[in-house]
Design a protein around this ligand. Structure first.
Ligand code: EPZ
Length: 421
């Protein structure tokens, strides 16, 4: 099992190119199921979760290949999908597999998708996905751990989800694109990844408006075609935010290319409060930090508020900051598993339910720590960059699910980090 060995104390300097967004790539890959024509996706990150999704699509009978000559391009041809299914052995490795449910039901009128298990950060139910599809006329039963769904043709409906759900909004948006009539999604998620998916669907002939707001209106069409000259996936705002926190903690100056500061307003505001210098343009962010950051409290919430996917990384920054910070996690019930590992590095953190109080210490000390989930892994890497001595982060298969060659990018800006067995 791979580990990362980090020797802390190095400042970071140079340039990093941000990869395509994992949480846009996954729904966009599934959206290719909505047409019989081959779909070209650009700026597809090289991640384990993307590889799993390609396997899932191939398992159904679609062709899904990453280009040899242009490795950030992927073509999916769902012309002859013969098996509209997502089996447990694939779904259990990646919950986002649930994103095939809406497209399969909309295009093939049937789907058999394993219920995604929970994961380390929470139970992660999909009741809202099911409720919305039933509102569109789908007959859905859950048997032996599988969602069995049937619908001659989905009908447009007005759907208000009980809470804001990112993949729930994405599933229903894809299903509505081919439904008969108008669908209105109330309480819709507003993340940039929703907008990215909607723009891809519009390029495929879908009729959508209001994406990026809490109310999305869709007029269903008979069929969809491939986007005329492919679809380019937006940059990964969470990878970008992770690097911003790394520089803020380790010190130095880094230029992030292919970065969208306008997707990270809430995180940038908190970093400015911590004393970090940030400038940005349309597709770049320059971040500079020297001296000890100030402790900054925050509360996670749905976009455009502070993203839950940045909570662990910013907490690592608070571990070495000057002062005490209160961190509140409002989205997932168990997203503080990085706390115990950060405490092994010398952090002072007290958890009380959904709130963690972080008392900054001047110095962390290197140790062996264990990654428990994707963003917790990133948090431990950031802490390792600033800890005195050697830090070994174990079980970094979690990191590989959602970060494209992170240690290479960090080494390129001066970090002393390497992958070991
Ligand atoms: C997406 O997960 C992201 N994953 C997550 O990123 C992200 O943390 C999350 O949104 C919140 O922003 C992808 O986009 C692939 P939700 P998702 O449905 O869609 C509850 C990462 O690190 N809920 O918005 O699964 C749910 O339990 C990953 O990249 C229901 O109760 O999250 C949670 O408390 C981790 N029933 C809340 O809503 C449902 O049917 C928000 O979940 C759906 C959700």
């Amino acid at each position: 099992m791979d580990k990362l060995l980090i020797r802390g104390g190095r400042r970071l300097a140079g340039e990093v190119t941000v990869s395509g967004a994992k949480n846009a790539a996954l729904p966009d890959l599934c959206a290719a199921l909505l047409t019989a024509q081959p779909v070209l996706l650009r700026n597809v990150p090289r991640l384990q979760d993307v590889a799993t999704t390609l396997k899932l699509l191939r398992n159904m009978g679609a062709h899904a290949e990453r280009s040899e000559s242009r490795p950030d391009e992927v073509t999916i041809d769902a012309g002859d999908v013969g098996k509209p299914e997502a089996p447990y052995d694939l779904v259990k490795t990646m919950r986002a597999s649930i994103l095939v449910l809406g497209p399969l039901l909309a295009r093939f009128g049937e789907a058999r998708v394993s219920l995604p298990g929970g994961c380390a950060i929470g139970s992660r139910p999909v009741d809202q996905h099911i409720k919305g599809l039933q509102a569109m006329g789908a007959e859905i039963t859950v048997e032996h751990g599988y969602i069995l769904a049937k619908a001659r043709r989905l009908k447009g409906a007005r759907i208000t989800t009980d809470m804001v759900t990112v993949t729930g909004t994405e599933n229903l948006l894809m299903a509505a694109s081919l439904a008969d009539g108008e669908t209105v999604l109330e309480n819709a998620a507003q993340e940039p990844e929703i907008t990215d998916l909607a723009e891809m669907l519009i390029a495929m002939g879908a009729r959508i408006e209001g994406h990026g707001t809490s109310k999305i209106r869709v007029q269903g069409v008979e069929r969809l075609h491939a986007p005329a000259n492919g679809h380019r996936i937006i940059p990964d705002r969470i990878e970008c935010g992770t690097f911003l926190c790394a520089v803020a903690a380790a010190g130095g100056e880094v230029l992030l290319k292919n970065a969208r500061a306008d997707h990270l307003d809430a995180v940038v505001d908190k970093l400015l409060e911590a004393g970090v210098k940030i400038e940005s343009g349309a597709d770049w962010i320059r971040v500079a930090a020297s001296g000890r950051p100030k402790a900054v409290g925050f509360r996670t919430s749905e976009y455009p508020a502070f993203p839950t996917d940045m909570q662990a990384q910013f907490m690592a920054l608070n571990c070495i900051a000057d002062g005490t910070a209160k961190v509140t996690e409002t989205i997932f019930e168990n997203r503080f598993m990085h706390v115990n590992e950060l405490m092994r590095l010398g952090a002072h953190i007290e958890v009380d339910g959904h709130t963690a109080v972080v008392q900054g210490v001047p110095q962390l000390s290197g140790a062996t720590v264990m990654a428990t989930d994707l963003r917790a892994s990133a948090s431990l890497v950031i802490a390792g960059l600033v800890a005195e001595g050697e830090t070994v982060v174990d079980r970094i298969y979690h990191l590989d699910r959602g970060y494209d060659r992170m240690e290479e990018k960090l080494r390129a800006v001066g970090a002393d980090i390497e992958r070991i067995q």
